[in-house]
Design a protein around this ligand. Structure first.
Ligand code: NAI
Ligand code: HPV
Length: 534
């Protein structure tokens, strides 16, 4: 059945066409994002949700979205999506990080001009027949200092436009390198210096816990008197009441505000103040930007839903459409290796090392590591997935390392997982054969070649005669069919293991019978997320 996508905000219809062309069923309801209850009611029917900023993807929406696999943001900011809730549920959240950046930067520049020359007020007055030429005295931008807070994609474009306007551009961004600043022809400064020197300040940081309310009373007090502030990023960066006070006091000469603490903004302390220019979150609203983001988000979402390719995801490593078919069997292998280790390990895991040997080391190991961790923690957390696993591992203090090596043995590729707990170090390795099926090739350092099935039994025992007979008899008596039986040992008479791939779940009583045999140390059932045996 074709996957179904709901478009719940006003995306360009280009997106609808692309979804259809790619075989995705699409439901275009551009005003639905504003109706929270309706969204909750119907979201359970969809595999994908395409949004802009009006739809709020809350934890409630995620909880109701029983089929949802992907949220696509046709734009940049994803602060309207509860990412932790989505990640926990395995919902990928993707955005279009560049499609509207030029347009938004241009809007910031437009607001800067509008504030410098009081264009909206002058327009209203002129159209009212007042001709108040002396009321609208402006300021020049040339030679003024422009302070850019957040010099990423949009901030850099604004900075370069500022340089083009012959402004002196300074920027604060913890991740801005000196080389990049030099390349842009701007000066990298600390935040307080930026506040103290700028005639115009323009905000371009994302909305995070660190940036929320950053332009407050204290920050405003550090600014040069007569500063003009532009915000085309997120309303929450500014404490509107504090900015309104500063404008009323005359210490801030004007503000260009595209985004608000609460949107849609029906009211704001900034409304009605002299030389405050407001727009209703229009930063990304040009024909060009909307075409770009709609096209890109629809392609990305369709690629994921139809081919398993992941790009521009906030909570998942990228997987290209080309690599998806090659990677998929290794993702399954990685998950099975993790699941094996997770099921046989009873103590808390301290660290995990994943060694990628041969061809697999050139694949997307980030995705494979996520799959390994998901498999590893599945026995304790049923709803863990590739998206949430790295976060959960971090939360539990599990140290994860990846190692890569050129082909070192007979296999073109293998993955070896090492788990360190308080009591022991455990290893398991596996590969994928040309049939695309994952196999265990080494457990506890003992070589074997075991196909992986949904139901398996793992035993550790002394290498002694009679084990095969015992297992065969006990399983046969209980009517549990053995599809595949693999044995291995480290040396004659030493430690041995057996892995049985069986056609049905194994009753505990049967395992007790096996455990009663003195040469058997351990017998445990294992379950893998594999198709049932035919
Ligand atoms: N008004 C509108 O319609 C639009 C608004 N936006 C907003 O613009 C924001 C920026 O977009 P991009 O430039 O594409 O993002 P970006 O990720 O390329 O750049 C953000 C920059 O902010 C920096 N940063 C983070 N925390 C900071 C802090 N505490 N102080 C200073 N810098 C900090 C980062 O290092 C990064 O370089 C988005 O997060 C979005 O909220 C984006 C598009 C349209
Ligand atoms: O891309 C962004 O971050 C924006 O803020 C654009 O918002 P919009 O899609 O116009 O609702």
């Amino acid at each position: 059945m074709a996957p179904r996508v709901l478009v719940s905000d006003a995306l360009s219809e280009t997106a609808v066409q692309i979804f259809r062309d790619r075989g995705v069923e699409v439901d275009f309801q551009p005003d639905l994002g504003k109706d929270k209850d309706k969204l909750l009611e119907i979201i359970g029917q969809y595999d994908g949700l395409a949004i802009r900023s009006a739809t709020k993807v809350t934890d409630k929406v995620i909880a109701a979205a029983t089929k949802l696999k992907v949220v696509g943001r046709a734009g940049i900011g994803v602060d309207n999506v509860d990412i932790p809730a989505a990640s926990k549920k395995g919902v990928i959240v993707m955005n279009t990080p560049f499609g509207n950046s030029i347009t938004t930067a241009e809007h910031a520049v437009a607001l800067m001009f509008a504030v410098a020359r009081q264009l909206p007020a002058a327009d209203a007055s002129t159209q009212a027949g007042k001709w108040e030429k002396s009321r609208f005295m402006g300021v020049e931008l040339t030679g003024k200092t422009l302070g850019v807070v957040g010099c990423g994609n949009i901030g850099s474009i604004v900075a370069s436009r500022g340089v083009g306007l012959r402004m002196r551009v300074i920027a604060f961004d913890p991740f801005l390198s000196q080389e990049r600043a030099t390349q842009l022809g701007i000066e990298k400064v600390e935040l307080d210096e930026l506040y103290g020197r700028s005639d115009f300040i323009t905000l371009h940081t994302p909305m995070t816990d660190k940036t929320r309310g950053m332009i407050n009373k204290d920050a405003l007090a550090k600014m040069k008197s007569g500063v003009r502030i532009v915000n085309c990023a997120r309303g929450g960066l500014i404490v509107e009441a504090d900015l309104a006070e500063a404008i009323k006091a005359g210490t801030v000469a004007g503000a260009g505000v595209d985004v608000f603490e609460t949107e849609p903004a029906k009211d704001s302390p900034l409304f009605g103040l002299d030389n405050v220019v407001c727009t209703p979150h229009l930063g990304a609203s040009t024909t060009e930007a909307q075409e770009n983001v709609a096209l890109q988000v629809a392609e990305q979402m369709a690629d994921y839903l139809m081919r398993g390719a992941v790009s521009n995801a906030i909570n998942m490593p990228s997987i290209t459409a080309e690599e998806a078919p090659i990677l998929t069997p290794f993702v399954k292998l990685a998950e099975c290796l993790g699941a094996f280790a997770g099921q046989v390990t009873e103590e808390a895991i301290h660290s995990v090392e994943i060694l990628y040997d041969g061809l697999v080391s050139q694949m997307n190991t980030k995705a494979l590591t996520s799959a390994t961790l998901a498999g590893l923690m599945k026995s304790q957390m049923a709803d863990i997935n590739m998206v949430s696993a790295p976060i959960m591992a971090k939360e539990r203090g599990i140290q994860v390392t990846e190692a890569k090596r050129d082909k070192s043995g007979v296999f073109d590729s293998f993955i070896k997982l090492t788990i360190v707990t308080e009591k022991q170090t455990r290893t398991v390795a596996g590969t994928v054969f040309s049939d695309g099926k994952p196999r265990f090739i080494q457990i506890k350092g003992i070589n074997l070649d075991a196909e992986i099935g949904e139901h398996m039994v793992y035993t550790t025992n002394n290498d002694a005669p009679g084990i095969i007979g015992l297992l065969g008899t006990v399983f046969g008596k209980a009517g549990v069919n053995i599809a595949n039986f693999q044995l291995g040992r480290n040396k004659r008479g030493g430690d041995a293991i057996a892995l049985l791939y069986v056609d049905s779940p194994v009753p505990e009583a049967l395992l007790d019978e096996v455990r009663a045999y003195k040469e058997i140390h351990r017998a445990m059932p294992l379950k893998f997320d594999m198709p049932s045996a035919e």
